[in-house]
Design a binder for this molecule. Structure first.
Ligand SMILES: NC(=O)c1ccc[n+]([C@@H]2O[C@H](COP(=O)([O-])OP(=O)(O)OC[C@H]3O[C@@H](n4cnc5c(N)ncnc54)[C@H](OP(=O)(O)O)[C@@H]3O)[C@@H](O)[C@H]2O)c1
Length: 807
């Protein structure tokens, strides 16, 4: 205590050591000549007190300060003082400032020489002054720790080693949850953030808390009682004293240096784990087909532009099916094909289409819905997928059929069969193997037939370059570029972030390409921002789907790095898509990518990055054209790699902020599914790592698969996501009880069985309302009465409920 220390100092005659601060009833700082201070320390140490040596530049508040007082007095006398406008408490007196206290040089001289009475000041602030929350404004949370030790609610604005915006925002949030009144408007100004209504009624057991991002999936902090988590929390907060106490060491200087380093290491490790948890890749596993295929049932329509089609039709027939064969050309329309199907005189139960273009597949899909709506469609491509090293897609264009098909599967699962990729060079027994496979696909719907066997596509976590999950403490990514980067879509929402990121990586000249060029909204501001960072900026107006125009641009600005982020959306159900709409979406993204590939093939590029989308990998109801375009990009990257050219295609999940995923209806829907938007910083950090790891294709998505499985339990899940969703889905069903043991089709039918007609209608209406409510994110069916007519873009999402519609 202060008294004990004072007694000791008085006994020694004081000399050149003094009390410098009284921080608490049992916490006193002594300052002065080193040997004298060490003697005091030794005495108290021997008495069993905890002591700690502070690292400071001078013996502040001790007699050793006296030589500087004369000069300090002169300086202090020259300063103009003003009376404070808010109440202040003095650490010199421990009392509220008296009139004139702070405005005299004497006060400040005393401040240098006399002890800091922090404990008294704190007692005054929290006692008579009535403060209930304390905010420390200073470079490190020193006083916060002291105030918390004394049992007060204290928050620090800054923390060594933590980015300032993060530290300040954490402090604001901390104060807010402790009841402080925060003016939020200035914080969100210009960000597009808006208020949303939360229910005013009781919460009906719904969860409204934001999901916890703090711990990446697979984190290791869930010790039995969270002891470890709390320890690391102290490390991250840099709370040295609390740590010292926990570790049972006293006055350990090593902790002062070690804790900030550990804190930085810890944060870096956390980032690595979070990044690893968001990265996925498609892997091909041996398919789990039915072991003993029966005869191929049903009547099959084989629609083909491939000469092998006839052999395949014959093999299906041999396997037991009735077969009709029709030719398909890329120019055939929906009506042409519907007529051709009707002309067979039969209504098929299945269809197999072998045509390379997504346009022809779409036309056939629509024609089947007009002429044979019960038929399940299988689409075959040839060498559009890479099932592993050494198996490269020779025909990346055909991969667009995969993107399209994945979306058709989601929109109308009852009309969907599956996707099948054949080898680049057909073996003699291919037709028979194909027929066997179609007779017994099990529940696989994305397959590749190779000489070595049948493989099935699975989206799996990408465990990083080494094949191991990224470990805490890994190095930050190290990609560096130089020269000129050509960014298509460079004036779009993501283009802005990409351009800044490229400059961060060392690019000196960015060529930002879009059709509107310098006239694009925000283009001039972006140019100014980048120029202010000493980058050369060219805003180029060019339609990248126009090969000649693009060639001219590449000649004028030869790039060292290409980033293709141009693209357009044209959402709507595949049933309503026209060939022109499909072609437009494909041209801006897939067509342009092909041009970029061909026109730069003989150039020495450091990177060729394609901005693809998860819509291409998983499909997305309402985005058949967009899915097709993106799937092409992924295969093109693989194709380029096989040619020895640089290529990286990143299939992004939705990004936060502006851009293609910014529609609030879409984001609400995604949130319900457990898909969280990626912040631009996170996404670009991931991009850097993907380039470092030299990946050809990567999917970056922030998904909560348990939630995804739970909210989509109504639907038949394709085989692609099985490894991610199956465990969670089983849990969800088990939790619902035996009456829900089978998800999807039939539940409504079962519920309707035995009801009177009038009751059925009411029941169906309630079911429709409940589904609409779920899609729109309303908490109850009553909340969306009347919205069906005004659905707009959300109607597309409902289209994704194919299973529901069929029921
Ligand atoms: N935002 C997301 O959440 C997200 C998620 C996954 C993938 N992606 C992909 O990332 C890329 C950028 O997305 P974004 O959100 O930034 O979209 P955005 O804001 O709509 O930007 C798209 C850009 O592409 C340009 N563009 C379109 N067609 C073009 C053409 N034919 N020739 C030249 N430029 C053309 C547009 O400018 P003009 O209209 O002036 O031509 C615009 O600058 C897209 O390829 C998208 O598929 C985005």
């Amino acid at each position: 205590s202060q008294e004990e220390v004072a007694r000791l100092l008085d006994g020694d005659g004081g000399g050149d050591v003094a009390i410098a601060a009284v921080n608490g009833p049992r916490s006193v700082v002594v300052s002065g000549a080193e040997s004298a201070v060490e003697a005091v320390r030794a005495t108290f140490h021997d008495r069993g007190s905890r002591t700690k040596r502070l690292r400071v530049s001078h013996a502040f508040h001790s007699p050793l300060m006296e030589p500087m007082l004369a000069e300090y007095t002169t300086v202090a006398a020259g300063v103009t003082y003003r009376t404070p406008t808010v109440t202040a408490v003095s650490t010199l007196t421990g009392e509220v400032l008296g009139n004139g206290d702070w405005t005299t040089p004497t006060y400040w001289i005393e401040q240098v020489r006399r002890p800091v009475r922090f404990h008294d000041a704190l007692t005054t602030v929290t006692g008579p002054q009535g403060a209930v929350r304390l905010l420390e404004i200073g470079p490190d949370p020193v006083l916060t720790a002291l105030a918390r030790e004394a049992g007060h609610a204290a928050v620090a604005t800054l923390r060594g080693g933590q980015p300032e915006p993060q530290a300040v925002l954490t402090a604001v949030a901390d104060l807010y949850v402790r009841g402080a009144d925060v003016r939020w408007a200035p914080l969100f100004e210009g960000t597009g953030a808006r208020r949303v209504d939360l229910p005013t009624y009781a919460f009906c057991r719904e969860r409204y808390w934001l999901p916890d991002h703090a711990v990446a999936e697979g984190g290791t902090e869930t010790g039995p009682d969270g002891v470890e988590a709390r320890f690391w929390d102290l490390v991250e907060r840099g709370e040295v004293d609390a740590l010292a106490e926990r570790l049972g060491v006293s006055g350990d200087e090593a902790l002062d240096t070690l804790v900030p380093a550990l804190s930085a290491w810890r944060r870096q490790g956390r980032r690595e784990l979070e990044q690893a948890a968001r990265r996925y890749r498609v892997r091909w596993r041996p398919a789990r087909l039915d072991a003993d295929p029966a005869a191929l049932p049903g009547r099959w329509l084989v629609a083909t532009a491939d000469p092998a089609g006839e052999d395949i039709a014959a093999a299906l027939h041999q396997a037991g099916a009735e077969v009709d064969l029709i030719p398909v050309a890329a120019t055939d329309t929906r009506a042409d094909l519907a007529d051709r199907i009707r002309a067979t005189g039969h209504e098929p139960t299945h269809a197999l289409v072998l045509v390379p273009s997504p346009g022809a597949v779409l036309a056939l899909w629509q024609a089947l819905s007009d002429s044979a709506p019960a038929a399940r469609l299988w689409c075959a491509t040839r060498s559009a997928q890479s099932v592993g090293a050494g198996d490269t897609p020779a025909r990346p264009d055909e991969a667009a059929v995969w993107g399209l098909g994945r979306t058709l599967a989601l929109e109308q699962p009852d009309r969907w069969g599956g996707l099948l990729d054949l080898s680049a060079h057909p073996h003699a027994d291919e037709p028979q193997r194909l027929a066997r496979l179609l007779a017994a696909p099990g529940d696989e719907d994305q397959l590749a037939l190779r000489p070595t066997g049948v493989l099935a596509a699975r989206l799996v976590r990408d465990t990083g370059a080494s094949g191991q999950p990224a470990a805490p403490g890994g190095q930050p990514h190290s990609t560096r570029f130089h020269g000129t980067a050509l960014v298509t879509g460079g004036t779009g929402a993501l283009g802005r972030h990409i351009a800044h990121w490229l400059v961060d990586q060392g690019i000196e000249h960015v060529v930002l390409v879009s059709r509107r060029g310098a006239d694009a909204p925000g283009a001039q501001e972006l140019r100014d921002e980048l120029s202010a960072r000493d980058a050369d900026v060219t805003l180029a107006a060019c339609d990248v789907a126009d090969r000649t125009a693009l060639a001219g641009l590449l000649d004028t600005h030869p790039p060292t790095v290409v980033v293709h982020a141009a693209g357009i959306l044209d959402d709507g159900l595949a049933a309503d898509l026209t060939p022109e709409r499909l072609a437009r979406v494909l041209a801006a993204k897939a067509g342009a990518a092909r041009h970029l590939h061909e026109l730069t093939a003989d150039r020495d590029l450091d990177a060729f990055v394609l901005f693809s989308s998860t819509a291409g990998v998983t499909g997305n109801a309402g985005q058949a054209a967009y899915s097709a375009a993106n799937a092409h990009l992924d295969a093109l990257a693989q194709h380029r790699r096989a040619l020895g050219l640089p290529a990286t295609s990143v299939a992004w999940g939705p990004w936060a902020g502006d851009g293609m995923a910014a529609d609030p209806v879409v984001t609400t829907h995604l949130a319900r599914l457990g898909i969280r938007p990626l912040t631009p910083d996170t996404a670009l950090d991931a991009l850097g790592r993907i380039l470092d790891d030299d990946r050809t294709c990567a999917t970056v998505l922030d998904a909560d698969w348990a939630r995804f499985a739970e909210t989509t339990a109504y639907a038949r899940h394709g085989s692609l996501l099985r490894e991610l969703t199956a465990p969670a889905q089983q849990n969800a069903r088990a939790a619902q009880g035996p009456e829900h043991a089978t998800a999807g089709g039939g539940e409504l039918a079962t519920a309707l069985h035995g009801r009177a007609p009038a009751e059925r209608e009411r029941f169906v209406l309630a079911h429709v309302r409940a589904t609409v409510a779920e899609v729109l994110g309303h908490s109850s069916a009553a909340a969306c009465r009347g919205v069906l007519g005004a659905l707009g873009g959300a109607g597309v999402l409902l289209g994704g409920r194919g299973e529901f519609a069929q029921e």
